[in-house]
Design a protein around this ligand. Structure first.
Ligand code: AMP
Length: 284
C-alpha cells in the first residue's frame, strides 16, 4: 500500500493511474477502523481498479471539543488492517495540510433544511465541516466513486446534495450497516464503551427493529415511535437524544400512512458519555 501525506504526492501518483485508464474508488474515514470501514474498502475494490482510503479526524465537523479529543486514534493498527484488505492507497494528511487557512476560520456550508434536523439540529456545524472536508478530498482525489455507510444515513443525503450542488463528477455508493452479533452498529466510538455499555447499546438496534415491525404491520406512526421512545427510556444507562421516523432522503418527519413510503427510523443516544447513532429503513 502506498501512503501519502501531502496533496502533491497523492495527486502525482493518481494522475499516472488515471492516465493508465484506472478507475478510482474513494473511502473517506476518520480511522480507528473496524469491519464496517473494511466492508466499504471491499466494495470499492470490487468496483474499481484503485482504492484510496483517507484517514483524517476532521476537526471542523466536531461541535464538541471533548468528543474530538477522545476520538479513538490508532493509525498503526489501521495501516495493518488496510494492508490486509489490499487497499492500494492511504491518504493520511495533517491539519496543516487540510486547513492551511486555519481550521477556526474555515468556510461554512449550509445545506438548508437538511442540516437543521436530527444530526444537524443536535450537532450544529457538523455537516458544514463534513461538506467542507469532503469538497477538499473530492478535489484532491478526483475519484470516480465514493463509498459511504448507511449507518450515517443523513450524511449520505448531505453528500448527495454536495455532489449535485457543486457538480462533483463522482458517484455516491451507499453500503449497508455492518453490525456486531448483538445487532449493535459497528462504530469507532464503540471502543470507548465498556462491555456492559456495549450490551446496553444493543438495545438501540432492538428498539429500531421493534418500531420497524410495528410500522410494517401498519401500526400508527406516532404510536410506533412512542413505543420505541418508551422502551429506550426504560434503560437508565441510555440518554436518548432523538428517535424519529423520517423520509429517508429529506429527513423531514414522516406523516400519515407509511406503507410504501421511503421511511427511516433514526436514533441518537449517549451511553457512558459516548454518542451513538443508528437507523433502519422500514421497507428495504
Ligand atoms: P467514520 O470513520 O466513522 O467517519 O466512518 C467512515 C465511513 O465508514 C462512513 O461512510 C461511515 O458511514 C462508514 N461506516 C461507519 N460505521 C459503519 C458500519 N457499521 N457499517 C458500514 N459503514 C460504516
Amino acid at each position: 500500500m502506498q501512503i501519502f501525506e501531502s496533496i502533491k504526492s497523492i495527486q502525482a501518483f493518481l494522475s499516472v493511474k488515471k492516465q493508465q485508464g484506472c478507475s478510482i474508488g474513494f473511502v473517506p474515514t476518520m480511522g480507528a477502523l473496524h469491519q464496517g470501514h473494511l466492508t466499504l474498502i471491499e466494495r470499492a475494490k470490487t468496483d474499481n481498479d484503485v482504492v484510496v482510503c483517507s484517514i483524517y479526524v476532521n476537526p471542523t465537523q466536531f461541535n464538541n471539543t471533548f468528543d474530538l479529543e477522545k476520538y479513538p486514534r490508532n493509525v498503526d493498527r489501521d495501516k495493518i488492517l488496510l494492508e490486509n484488505a489490499e487497499c492500494d492507497v492511504l491518504f493520511y494528511p495533517s491539519d496543516e495540510i487540510m486547513y492551511p487557512e486555519g481550521k477556526d476560520d474555515s468556510m461554512k456550508l449550509d445545506f438548508g433544511a437538511l442540516d437543521k434536523v436530527l444530526e444537524g439540529e443536535f450537532r450544529p456545524g457538523h455537516f458544514s465541516g463534513v461538506g467542507l472536508i469532503l469538497s477538499k478530498f473530492f478535489h484532491i482525489v478526483s475519484a470516480d466513486s465514493v463509498y459511504f455507510g448507511q449507518k450515517d444515513l443523513q450524511q449520505c443525503s448531505i453528500v448527495q446534495k454536495l455532489i449535485d450542488t457543486l457538480f462533483f463528477d463522482i458517484q455516491l455508493v451507499v453500503v449497508p450497516t455492518v453490525r456486531e452479533k448483538s445487532g449493535l452498529a459497528m462504530s469507532s466510538r464503540n471502543a470507548r464503551l465498556s462491555n456492559e455499555g456495549k450490551e446496553v447499546a444493543a438495545n438501540l438496534y432492538e428498539t429500531l427493529m421493534k418500531v420497524r415491525e410495528m410500522l410494517q404491520n401498519g401500526e400508527d406512526l406516532n404510536k410506533a415511535k412512542q413505543t420505541g421512545i418508551n422502551s429506550i427510556k426504560k434503560y437508565k444507562e441510555i440518554q436518548l437524544e432523538y428517535l424519529e421516523v423520517v423520509d429517508r432522503k429529506s429527513f423531514t418527519q414522516a406523516t400519515g400512512n407509511t406503507s410504501k413510503k421511503e421511511i427511516a427510523i433514526c436514533v441518537a443516544a449517549f451511553i457512558e458519555g459516548v454518542r451513538l447513532i443508528d437507523n433502519v429503513l422500514v421497507f428495504s
